[in-house]
Design a protein around this ligand. Sequence first.
Ligand code: TMP
Length: 210
Amino acid sequence: MKNFITFEGGECTGKTSIIKYIEKEFEKRGIGYITTREPGGIRIAEEIRNIILDVNNKEMTPECEALLYAASRMQHLKQKVIPEIKAGNIVLCDRFLDSSLAYQGYARGLGFDAILKANAFALDYLPSLTILIDLKPEIALKRLENKDRESKKDRLDSEGIEFHTAVYEGYHKVYDMYPERIKIIDGNKPLEVLEWECLDIILKHIDGDE
Ligand code: TMP
């Protein structure tokens, strides 16, 4: 689907700051856009998000987790993403199906096929461009500790380094599946450089050069 741009990567890879920068640059240029996120972006999906990320839901199975992400995704797509694209806006979305492939498919061990089946309804609406911020969890997770966000960690943040390493590996396998759609950005670079690189890729994509 045209005009649908997603941002992917593990925890604390800088996606949120980059998206804020792109928003500012879009505003300067008068480009119509909305920003949203998964899981969430609308009331029903935010409620599903709270269930998934609640640290008290320790007994949640990987299958239940995967299906809840898929359910929130479809509601968000139909209620918000598709109407905004039809209205001519560019949708900037923090996470989408690739997160389910990397987190539930690979790191939780459900397999890519099971995730693609669970997300069959969403496969008609794949993004036109995905920016994947590539940063090893050993480095990224230090940011979480440095910011003293221990008390704010959700159920997935709280997983151990092995899980986050598996997510990192999972993303590389997802890239191998969709190398044309996904652009990998080296997350080790200073934030200003990352922001500029992402803007350049996105503007070229919108202008149809890439
Ligand atoms: P966020 O912290 O980037 O807002 O994302 C919420 C968490 O949900 C994050 O740990 C990644 C995880 N996640 C999945 O495991 N599968 C998914 O399909 C999505 C969209 C997010």
